[in-house]
Unconditional design. Sequence first.
Length: 352
Amino acid sequence: MSQYQKSDVKSTGNHVDLSAIKLADVIDLEFLQSFQDDFAKSVGLASVTVDPDGNPITKPSSYTRFCNCTHSTESGDNRCAESHRKGGEEASRTGKPVIYECHAGLIDFAAPIMLEGRQIGTILGGQVLTDVAVDAKYRKIAKEIGVDEEAYVNAVQEIRKLSRESIESAANVLFTVANSMSKTAYQQRKLRTASDTLNDGLNQVSATMEELAASATDISANQARLNAEITNVNTVTGKIDEVMDFIKDIADETRLLGLNAAIEAARAGEAGLGFGVVAQEIRKLSADSKETVGKIRDLTSIIKESVDKTVRMGNETTSTIEQQAAAIEEVTASVQEITSLTAELNDLANSK
């Protein structure tokens, strides 16, 4: 594995924090190193990939003896760093590969690796010439950076010569491949984040549906018990009517008994006066009883109407609950199907 570790990229909702993404988060550095090495060997161009601050994140590929000699002194190394910085800044500004001449007269290029308009790295390459090297020019540079003139001139003679068109084509290939890889990996990361968010949401919905289904079942059971109790109330009300009829019959018989007692008291004359008072009270009690029975019957009628209405409402509630339970089952089935699709989506997002 590369010494450069991936960053801790944060996600908010289904959005990836682009500002925290580093090149190592979207491109496998081992693959990039291998691709960079093979490309450099095949086209004869040196290359290295750096982060936005100019720090190398891959090992140099096919660096020339000339450039290694240049980097051997602090002065030469600083000049190279400054040259690469300017090339990288221009590439960042334009968002496309830039071809430029380095401080030592070689032709280099800088191919930016962009991600939604933000630069996350640069591929620096080149170390070639488009014309024949002039010895005097490189002897002068050798003196300035403090390296052996003869060795420096001999090294520059080894530099490969390519046309500017070939260099531009090579830079464009690296630019296209690296940016395609980073974009694809970034979209995959976004897909994975969105898939995880969707999966979490579906799990919550599924749990809620299960709770609703359980609640609907409980409500349905409670409603069934309530309906049973209401049926019992109807039965009891019917028995009350029977009792009321029985009391009415007793009241009628009591009234007749009181009437007969009054007749007999009248026949008895003065001796039956006290008995007549009792007969009158019995008749009054009978009338009061009949009146009470009528009131009770009116109340039981009201109770029956209320019970019947409650039964109808209960039946409607049961029907609604059953419909809700069926709807919940359908939603749950749909959620399970979506969850299955989300799992497949997540597998695709995590596939390499």
